[in-house]
Design a protein around this ligand. Sequence first.
Ligand SMILES: Cc1cc2nc3c(=O)[nH]c(=O)nc-3n(C[C@H](O)[C@H](O)[C@H](O)COP(=O)(O)OP(=O)(O)OC[C@H]3O[C@@H](n4cnc5c(N)ncnc54)[C@H](O)[C@@H]3O)c2cc1C
Length: 346
Amino acid sequence: MYQGSKVQRGPLPVATRGESPISIIGAGIAGAWQALLFAQAGHAVTLHERSDEAMMLSSSHWAGGMLAPWCESEVSEPIISRLGLRALDLWRRELPDTPFNGSLVVAHSRERNDFERFARLTSGHRRLDARALAELEPVLEGRFRDGLFFAGEGHVEPRRVLPKLHERIIAAGGTIKFNSEAGPDDIEGVVIDCRGLCARDTQPELRGVKGEMILIETDEVELARPVRLIHPRWPLYVIPRQDSLFMLGATSIEAEDTGVSVRSALELLSAAYAVHPAFAEARIVEFGSGLRPAFPDNLPRISIDKEKIAVNGLYRHGFLIAPALAELTLAFVERGQIDNEVMRCG
Ligand SMILES: Cc1cc2nc3c(=O)[nH]c(=O)nc-3n(C[C@H](O)[C@H](O)[C@H](O)COP(=O)(O)OP(=O)(O)OC[C@H]3O[C@@H](n4cnc5c(N)ncnc54)[C@H](O)[C@@H]3O)c2cc1C
């Protein structure tokens, strides 16, 4: 369990180990981690997903996949750091090949004040001068005066890691039903609703926060880790993917359409160009956007109503915190433990 979390005994456990089948709806990052930990704990798990294996209907498909609790603490509540730090251990345990080679934060001179502010508001970083920066990422030589290195952070590639998690669920004895649309009231027994934004029928406060991204391809630039560029409006970043691909992300817009605006595209592409001008020659592979499921306080929530449990509101931290939320749900179902910061009962 968490060090320092506010945990107390709750009501009677709704199920004891292996006795009751568990149905999970939604195979995005929240549902996948729930299914994995429950299956590994010996429960009979069925995971329902309305889309096919490509998971194009999930918010998770569009994500950056950064596991960055220290960087995110600039703008998020302490609970995100608590869950995120615990989740890093779970990522390491379940997928030991997850790259944990840190992330870099850089800024151009006009964003100097915002850079210093970012340094003040975050921890877990080391300041690198231009030479140390170039040793870490040779392609950045001569580009920035200094940078912040968050050595403990990691990143995953969502479109590769979701199938890996799905494979592990099956290996642990779970069943996944793709093209299977279900609602929490359609299924008997313990149901864990991880439908993201589609859960608005039972959680009307949910809203979608649009995040736009661009995928580009080039052999001219090599990066080993995500690079964040301080930007007056959004934390823009460039994340290296396999096969010479880079993801540029992400805007954060209070809108629920899934288009990509010219303005956002210009800003994302400019960020890449600012990190390295060789990105100007890159090929644009994809424009896209996803809707982050968020509650009004932008905090995650595990809502418990007898055997119906809903895990939602992962907002911009789904990859970072989903493993820790799954661990909390399992502790509730097996032992009746309540985490006061995240759970709402009744
Ligand atoms: C551009 C962008 C960048 C991001 N970058 C990061 C990042 O770097 N790090 C990070 O931690 N987070 C990031 N996020 C946030 C993260 O993607 C979300 O928090 C996360 O995807 C939410 O996961 P979820 O499983 O709750 O929802 P979803 O991924 O949307 O999954 C819900 C699933 O439920 C399925 N479903 C819905 N209704 C039904 C039904 N009735 N029956 C069956 N299935 C159903 C859907 O098809 C979907 O697959 C980013 C998001 C965006 C958009």
